[in-house]
Design a protein around this ligand. Structure first.
Ligand code: SF4
Ligand code: SF4
Ligand code: FES
Length: 242
């Protein structure tokens, strides 16, 4: 994982969706697109945290490169011609989104994050009407051993935002992943119950950066969990100051 909060560097000029734009040589396509109000869907990416590049929702097309590339990990180049909204991309993103929904048990009507969920918003924005793939219906646990928070693995997208904010900002290194493929899970310490970990500081940063109802505060009922991801720039600022 690499840190993205870097100085922009020398200016590069490129085209995004036919528009002439400029960005620093250390910037990735996604950052430059956002600076110019060009929408690219994302799930795992959070500005200011290290980059995972895992969700593949931010893929773009670049003239001369046959494969789709993730805009959150690809730096801008002089003369680059980027496309963010083609038929091929729309199909691919819809497939990725539907696969995320089919992999776990996303039942929005009984979820703590209903109406306050980035995954749900993304599905709405991209026009997802149904899932074409068979649901896996895995039997996954809820770990409610922590005195303030809980994790419902049924809602987890494996975006790893929780582990990156815990590592990059809090420095606690509580979260990591275990297992491969469909057995991949977020774990605390060496797969201890969250409430028994020695590293968790109970700061709640992971809960607030989680895009779905996977991490939540205990006591919240259906649709009551509202996250505060916008506090991250403040946290980064205070960290740089100290
Ligand atoms: S996490 Fe989001 S998408 Fe999943 S069930 Fe909850 S509201 Fe729906
Ligand atoms: S618990 Fe939330 S932040 Fe962590 S990987 Fe799952 S969805 Fe992402
Ligand atoms: S946002 Fe780029 S791969 Fe997830």
């Amino acid at each position: 994982m690499k840190q993205v909060a870097q100085k922009p560097g020398r200016i590069k000029t490129l085209k995004i969706d036919g528009r002439d734009v400029a960005g620093g040589e250390n910037q990735v396509i996604l950052d430059v697109a956002r600076e110019h109000n060009i929408f690219i869907p994302t799930l795992c990416y959070i500005e200011g945290l290290s980059v995972s590049g895992g969700c593949r929702l931010c893929l773009v097309e670049i003239t001369g490169i046959p494969k789709l590339v993730p805009s959150c990990t690809t730096r801008v180049e002089e003369g680059m011609e980027v496309f963010t909204d083609t038929e091929r991309l729309r199909k691919y993103r819809m497939m990725m989104l539907e696969l995320i929904f089919s992999e776990r048990n996303h039942v929005c009507s009984v979820c703590v994050s209903n109406r306050n969920c980035e995954l749900q918003s993304l599905a709405r924005r991209l026009g997802m009407t149904h899932v074409r793939y068979p649901y896996r219906y895995p039997k996954l646990q809820v770990d409610a051993s922590h005195n303030k928070f809980a994790i419902d693995h049924n809602r987890c997208t494996l975006c790893t935002r929780c582990s990156r904010i815990c590592h990059d900002i809090e420095g606690a290194h509580t979260w990591s992943t275990m297992g491969r493929g469909i057995n991949n899970r977020m774990i605390t310490d060496l797969n201890q119950p969250w409430g028994e970990t020695e590293t968790c500081t109970s700061c709640g940063k992971c809960v607030n950066i989680c895009p779905t109802g996977a991490l939540f505060e205990k006591g919240k009922s259906v649709a009551e969990m509202v996250k505060k991801p916008k506090s991250l720039p403040y946290l980064l600022h205070t960290r740089e100051e100290s």
